[in-house]
Design a protein around this ligand. Structure first.
Ligand SMILES: [Zn+2]
Length: 420
């Protein structure tokens, strides 16, 4: 089995769990945030292939200025580790040394430090997001970085154990590739989601499946849809993670997709809302999961009105040559009572009668627990929304302050004494 990822590079795997206690003996232990822990996991298993660790200055420069890594590989988002000068001194972090990254008191990974550097945060924000407006959540995140960055390779010494229901959907990039081979999929179209699916989403996936069937013999259509949810930082009002995964999955178990054409998994990633640059990043990410096609709809990974609805599609077209995945460009879907079906803005001529899938309308249906019409949301999906709300969301399918405080963790790490 060959595991090939972005730009033809072998899928990175930086995991070494044997004798973890011995490996970390005598090294300083640096506590990290949840956001960093997510990136450590994603780097270690190769979701960010060909990256093997956090970026140095040269890599950040090339990413921002040329949309590539120093060797010319297409790359769009800086993956950086920030630390204050005070903590650098406190934890004895120095170039050529190593530290243990510790999450919630458990040792997680060894970080071999090759470089400590400063960077102009405004420039990083402006180049990544096309704006330095601090109302943009990605800009805000960038401007809040500490005043130093640390570049170097990561080695995971303590593998995360995913909790239910996440354990049913967790696959590493290599496991994704194995699963696609097992499904006998020649083409795989990725659907990026942070949503509970309404019938508009379902139609988009079906339209993309048709598009990805290109060049397939009609008597042997071996194309699948990989629904890859983004699990990471949540904001109040977002759908809870559990509801997203379980509702996407019920589309298959209820027969709206055959088992042979559909699979749900997730990637740990804190959305940057970088619009066009994030669309390129998502394409890279799904190339590393073995996908051949990727859906891009209206305002992909955008926020507010920072990007025009089709900016992401335009940037993808511009960098098509560096992508190892074929973008499938989709329009906004709506339900049209004249057509009596879910259709889209490029096809349906009944503009005045169309009903767009307004997030707030669906939200109010779910909040009031009024069973939506099958035209808007499948009954099985609605049932799973209610079940997930009761089981995981303290009664609501939407993230609340209380959920953020009391939710069951996505994964847990073994403590030092439990390690080999
Ligand atoms: Zn119509």
């Amino acid at each position: 089995m060959s595991y090939i990822g972005h730009n033809g590079k072998p899928i990175v795997e930086r995991v070494s769990t044997a004798n973890a206690a011995g490996q970390i003996e005598g090294l300083p232990r640096v506590p990290i945030s949840k956001a960093t822990a997510h990136e450590v996991i994603s780097l270690s298993y190769g979701f960010f292939t060909p990256l093997t660790g956090f970026m140095g200055r040269q890599e950040v420069d090339a990413t921002l200025e040329k949309m590539q890594l120093p060797d010319g590989t297409l790359w769009s988002i800086p993956i950086v580790f920030d630390m204050s000068a005070e903590n650098i001194e406190k934890f004895d972090v120095k170039e050529g040394g190593s530290v243990v990254l510790e999450y919630l008191g458990a040792p997680m990974a060894i970080f071999e430090i090759s470089e400590i550097y400063e960077y102009d945060l405004e420039r990083m924000a402006e180049k990544t997001y096309g704006t330095s407006d601090a109302r943009h959540p990605g800009v805000k995140k960038t401007l809040a970085y500490e005043n130093r960055f640390i570049g170097g390779e990561i080695m995971l010494i303590n593998e995360p154990v995913f909790n239910e229901p996440f354990s049913n959907f967790w696959l590493t990039p290599k496991q994704h590739i194995d699963a696609l081979v097992e499904k006998n999929w020649k083409h795989v179209v990725a659907h990026q989601t942070r949503n509970v699916p309404h019938t508009g989403h379902e139609a988009l996936m079906k339209q993309a499946w048709f598009a990805a069937n290109e060049d397939m013999p009609v008597d042997n259509l071996s194309t699948g849809v990989l629904v890859n949810a983004i699990i990471g930082q949540k904001r109040v009002g977002d759908y809870i993670d559990e509801a997203i995964l379980l509702t996407q999955d019920v589309l298959r178990t209820s027969g709206y997709f055959r088992d042979s054409v559909h699979r749900v998994s997730f990637t740990l990633w804190d959305m940057r809302y970088a619009g066009p640059r994030e669309a390129i990043f998502h394409a890279i990410l799904r190339t590393n999961l073995g996908c051949t096609h990727h859906m891009f709809g209206r305002d992909h990974a955008g926020v507010g009105d920072f990007y025009d609805p089709y900016d992401a599609q335009n940037l993808l077209k511009q960098y098509r040559d560096g992508l190892g995945i074929k973008p499938v460009f989709l329009r906004e879907n709506w339900y049209c009572p004249e057509c009596q079906e879910v259709t889209n803005s490029a096809l349906c001529g009944h503009d005045s009668k169309s009903q767009s899938f307004s997030g707030s309308v669906i939200r109010s249906i779910l909040t009031d627990e009024v069973k939506p019409t099958q035209r808007v949301m499948r009954h099985e999906v609605f049932e799973v929304v209610l079940d997930s709300a009761a089981k995981y969301g303290q009664g609501s399918p939407f993230v609340s302050e209380q959920y953020l405080k009391d939710r069951l963790p996505v994964f847990t790490l073994k403590q030092l004494e439990e390690l080999d």
